[in-house]
Design a protein around this ligand. Structure first.
Ligand SMILES: [Zn+2]
Length: 397
């Protein structure tokens, strides 16, 4: 295989603190990267770069690792703009609209679901995302949950079974029957297409005892746990996630002192979803308390048609800097290396030798422009495994 030298990088954020200036971003100025067989083979100053077969000059732009969007609900049908409009006019978000999407998703063909998700994934590529996690949870019956995960598994290895999203309307009078389905037949049908099991542990969704059953059954089927917790109020989600050694507990909008203590002594990442808080006009999670306690934080879009119809990680970074008071460097690390940690991956989210050659080229001199220029198309090119996905807004297929 041939090696490609990417040179003319004005500022390279490796997100690997052992490289470059030794900061969390591992910054290298006037940098170069060599990619070989889809992996990063060398990183350093352009003046020190060894020879390679091919050469790409990036003209002084900034380069960051491809974003790792570790929390999305990308496979669904329909849209809920009327619900959003009503919410912006003052109606509260309760999670009840999920059943609207469930009805549309059950009625959709596999081809429609694939086309929808692929279009959203293309949007993500355009804004620099190179790894995406995708959950089920808009089927809530055996056939549709399985169909969602089959489509998701064509798009990413990071697939999550979320049959325990809410109890569907037809089981409202018999939660126990739905619990048996989710932990039995539905899990068995979905597990071959999933890496992770997730549960919406929240008032109005699944309580602590039910969440324990869902996670335990998923683990017994060979899946790894992650948890939706503490989005709409205080609750057991965070501590449950830690007890199960979940890779991540997601939302964390309402955190108690006990939740922070539990996370500090765990390998569970706190994944923050500021686009959901923005789109539901919720208050924002206390990211500073997490970061200042030394807890690993990830940022993700939560892309879904109800509470956050957002595909752009640069927007998420801008919200995190503005509303969470994260520094631009903290936000970039959380959107790359943090997302990788939330998926228990060390081969992505960094630009270090051996990692996948996944990166975004910014039409800007510095990574700070991701937060500094919200709404602007700052990402000029997206490269995945050393191959260009997006260049100057054009998809190359
Ligand atoms: Zn979610």
């Amino acid at each position: 295989m041939s090696a490609t030298l990417f040179t003319g990088i004005g500022e390279l954020a490796t997100c690997e603190p052992t490289l470059g200036d030794g900061s969390a971003l591992g910054l290298v100025h006037d940098a170069a990267v060599i990619a070989e067989d889809g992996r990063v083979a060398w990183v350093g100053r352009a003046s020190d770069a060894p020879a390679a077969d091919e050469r790409v000059d990036l003209g002084g732009r900034a380069v960051v690792p491809g974003f790792v969007d570790s929390h999305t609900h990308l496979v669904f049908a329909g849209e809920r703009s009327a619900e959003f409009e009503a919410r912006m006019a003052g109606e509260p978000y309760t999670g009840g609209g999920i059943m609207t999407t469930v009805a549309a998703t059950r009625a959709a063909s596999e081809g429609e679901l694939r086309a929808n998700a692929s279009r959203l994934l293309a949007e993500m590529h355009r804004s620099g995302t190179t790894t995406v996690e995708i959950k089920s949870g808009y089927g809530l019956d055996v056939a549709t949950e399985r169909r969602i995960l089959e489509v998701a598994s064509e798009l990413t290895p990071e697939t999550t079974f979320l049959g325990a999203h809410v109890v569907p309307a037809e089981y409202a009078e018999d939660r126990e029957a739905y619990l048996k389905l989710v932990t039995g037949e539905m899990l068995a049908a979905c597990a071959p297409f999933a890496r992770w099991v997730d549960v919406f542990c929240e008032t109005g969704a699944f309580d602590e005892a039910e969440s324990i059953r869902v996670l335990a059954a998923g683990i017994a089927a060979g899946l790894l746990p992650r948890v939706h917790g503490n989005q709409l109020g205080y609750g057991p989600g965070v501590q449950l996630a830690v007890e199960f050694d979940a890779a991540s507990v997601d939302h964390c909008t309402y955190l108690s002192e006990e939740d922070l203590d539990a996370l500090v002594y765990s390998d569970t990442v706190a994944t923050l979803l500021p686009a959901a808080e923005f789109s539901t006009r919720s208050f924002y999670a206390d990211a500073r308390a997490l970061i200042d306690a030394g807890i690993t934080v990830a940022l993700a879009t939560d892309c879904n048609p109800g509470s956050a119809f957002v595909t752009s990680m640069p927007l998420v970074i801008a919200l995190a800097v503005r509303e969470y008071r994260m520094t631009p460097a903290e936000a970039l690390v959380a959107a790359t290396r943090g997302g990788a940690a939330a998926l228990r991956r060390t081969d992505i989210g960094r630009l270090a030798p051996g990692c996948s050659a996944d990166f975004a080229v910014l039409d800007a001199p510095s990574h700070v422009h991701l937060a500094y220029r919200p709404g602007a198309p700052v990402v000029a090119q997206t490269w995945h495994a050393g191959t260009v996905l997006i260049a100057s807004g054009h998809v190359e297929e």
